[in-house]
Design a protein around this ligand. Structure first.
Ligand SMILES: [Mn+2]
Length: 430
């Protein structure tokens, strides 16, 4: 396997931190044992956990005002895979990449798959793009895609999704994620009902082309780029879509795609209960679809989402198999550092949720002991699980301290010398 950071750097960085990690791990193990928890069992679950990296996340993002590129930006999907390889090598928490078509379209799919395999990477869900116009396409998506008033434009958008499925089949993907920007900017501009009817008709054509072992995830978002109404605006509409389409259709929850203060963990619980939770786009949000680093603003909310996921996992909820993906825009940081940190934050929330004393919680709920129920969650959230995460990484061949090891490895400076600098300008990505 191609090592992106040299083994000698990785080993030296780990050796300098290993004695302290062992002490911390043993000490935490003793304390958890007192709570009836086996630290090794938690560590093994964390080691087996993975979240997909979005291919578009390794490039520097931006806003609609500007984009400020960093050094050594990936020029194409092969460069992006190398960056993803660094993230996986050091964190051992990101074994798959989620592609975006047409951004990642290549002529030689076999070479793409071989490149990923050489880096120890597989492919998660494919993402279609009908929210912007590809060069040379016949019909514009300015006024919509799958729900467009014009049948030829809708057909083009359907065909693009079918193309994404074909590419995914060649790469070993098993899912298609569909997010559309369709909507309206003025009251009266669009018929809510007819636009949704057209969307459902289009999605039924996409659904009909899904292989038997594939799933389709529809992703809702409250607003942007349409600012008055959006066709797939919330989880209720998303659930209706999944119901209308059939058993291979599921809802995808992007943490940033809700109104402020919405109880996302409760939406997650509802979708689990009715067997329609397809997956996540993890990120964090302060005001809107900010696409900030996961866990950077509200780590407690992320923990509460994972509390629902672990609850479902613990009771083996029927049909529970969500895909976990990151979806972020890194405007002021090195994207590799942000994605490594974010993957670790997702693992951290998972580890903390595994520590929840579920029997005690259920008893407090039954007794209507609100304060102790809350404290039971807080006791898990307040536990510093870093030694568990670091030990899981170390034993899997990763880095105890991924960001420090990445910086010591000089990867960014090396690729900056190989990849020509790109100019700024342009907007960012959604
Ligand atoms: Mn998303």
């Amino acid at each position: 396997m191609t090592e992106m950071i040299s083994t000698s750097v990785l080993n030296a960085e780990n050796a300098s931190r290993e004695p302290e990690l062992k002490r911390d791990y043993d000490s935490l193990g003793e304390r958890l044992s007192g709570r009836g928890i086996d630290i090794d069992a938690i560590k093994n679950k964390v080691a087996a956990y993975g979240v997909a990296v979005p291919s578009w996340g390794v490039g520097t993002g931006g806003t609609r005002f500007a984009r400020f590129p960093g050094p050594g930006e990936p020029r194409n999907i092969f460069d992006k895979l190398e960056d993803c390889g660094v993230i996986q090598q050091l964190t051992r928490a990101t074994p798959t990449v989620s592609l975006h078509i047409p951004w990642d379209k290549v002529a030689d799919l076999r070479a793409l798959k071989e490149k990923a395999t050489s880096l120890g990477l597989g492919f998660d869900a494919m993402n279609s793009n009908t929210f912007s116009d590809a060069p040379g396409q016949a019909h514009s998506y300015k006024f919509g895609s799958l729900s467009h008033t014009d049948a030829a434009t809708r057909r083009q958008a359907v065909e693009h999704n079918l193309d994404c499925i074909e590419i995914g089949k060649a790469l070993g993907s098993k899912a298609l994620t569909v997010w559309i920007g369709d909507g309206s900017n003025f009251p009266g501009q669009s018929s809510f009902t007819r636009a949704f009817e057209r969307y459902l008709d289009s999605m039924k054509a996409v659904y009909a082309a899904l292989p038997d072992d594939w799933r389709v995830f529809t992703e809702h978002k409250m607003y942007e780029p349409a600012f008055y109404s959006t066709v797939v605006q919330d989880w209720g509409t998303n659930y209706l879509i999944a119901q209308e389409l059939g058993p291979k259709a599921f809802c995808l929850v992007d943490l940033g795609h809700h109104a402020p203060n919405v109880n996302i963990e409760m939406i997650v619980a509802r979708l689990i209960q009715f067997r329609k939770l397809g997956g996540f786009h993890f990120n964090d949000s302060k005001y809107g679809d900010d696409d900030l680093d996961t866990g950077s603003i509200d780590p407690y909310r992320l923990f509460l989402v994972f509390n629902e996921l672990v609850d479902a996992e613990t009771r083996a909820a029927e049909g529970f198999k969500p895909a976990h993906m990151l979806d972020q825009s890194h405007n002021v940081t090195d994207p590799i550092e942000s994605l490594m940190t974010s993957a670790m934050e997702v693992s951290r929330a998972y580890a903390q949720a595994l520590l929840v004393d579920r029997r005690a919680l259920e008893a407090y709920q039954q007794d209507n002991d609100a304060l102790m129920a809350s404290e039971t969650l807080k006791a898990a959230f307040r536990t510093d699980v870093e030694p568990i995460l670091a030990m899981a990484r170390l034993e899997s061949g990763g880095a105890i301290a991924p960001v420090a090891t990445y910086r010591a490895g000089g990867y960014r400076a090396r690729v900056a010398s190989e990849r020509p600098a790109v100019s700024g300008g342009g907007g960012g990505i959604v």
